[in-house]
Design a protein around this ligand. Structure first.
Ligand SMILES: [Zn+2]
Length: 206
């Protein structure tokens, strides 16, 4: 079930970002009196840079936990990860081939070598970037699912009937953005979204 995969990824991303935020917070607390290196692109002290990153990661965690729309959650993770990857490419463009030195407060706090800190950060952001990009693409490009016409009998039982070949409506699910196709006769019905299983009321698409 792809929507389950998306949910698992979002849960894992929120967990990883929570760990990342905690690590930045601890590093800043533990290194509050140490002379701060300055970040080479924006020339701001690394502790301010860490606070800013922690704030941005917290905002993404809130989107992942509080919002209902799966595409919005994926877009939040993608935005955060791609900004960091662009920043990293910016570092490369000025000749800084790794974050050694700049990630020192993190390395000191957790007693890690610069190389391992660098590797962990690279793996974390590549994971967030590649999976959010892939799943976001999948959500946008996913094929429409056809919801059949339903008729309700007198005893309240719902029978599925085949949709007529003409007069199809086409909308996207407000929760997961998956495309849903249905016949005119199903307008106004509340059904389970075929992609994410949430309740959705079918509205006229034009
Ligand atoms: Zn849906």
């Amino acid at each position: 079930m792809p929507s389950k995969l998306i949910k698992h990824f979002i849960d894992s991303a929120a967990g990883l970002l929570a760990a990342f935020t905690t690590a930045l917070f601890l590093a800043n607390i533990a290194n509050s009196r140490v002379t701060q290196p300055h970040d080479p692109l924006f020339a701001i002290p690394m502790d301010s840079f860490f606070w800013f990153l922690a704030l941005a990661a917290t905002a993404v965690i809130f989107v992942c936990v509080l919002m209902r729309n799966l595409s919005l959650k994926l877009a939040g993770i993608f935005g955060f990860a791609s900004t960091l990857i662009i920043y990293r490419l910016g570092l490369l463009s000025i000749g800084a081939h790794n974050a050694n030195g700049y990630a020192d407060p993190l390395a000191f706090t957790f007693n890690l070598s610069n190389v391992s800190t660098n590797c962990i950060l690279n793996v974390l952001f590549l994971y967030l970037f590649l999976l959010s990009a892939t799943l976001l693409n999948w959500t946008i490009l996913s094929a429409s699912e056809v919801v059949p016409c339903k008729s309700v009998s007198t005893n309240g039982k719902v029978y599925d009937s085949l949709p007529p070949l003409n007069a199809h409506q086409n909308i996207s699910c407000p929760a997961c953005a998956g495309r849903i196709e249905f016949p005119d006769c199903a307008i106004g019905q509340t059904v389970h979204c075929p992609h994410c299983q949430r309740d959705i009321t079918l509205k006229e698409s034009r």
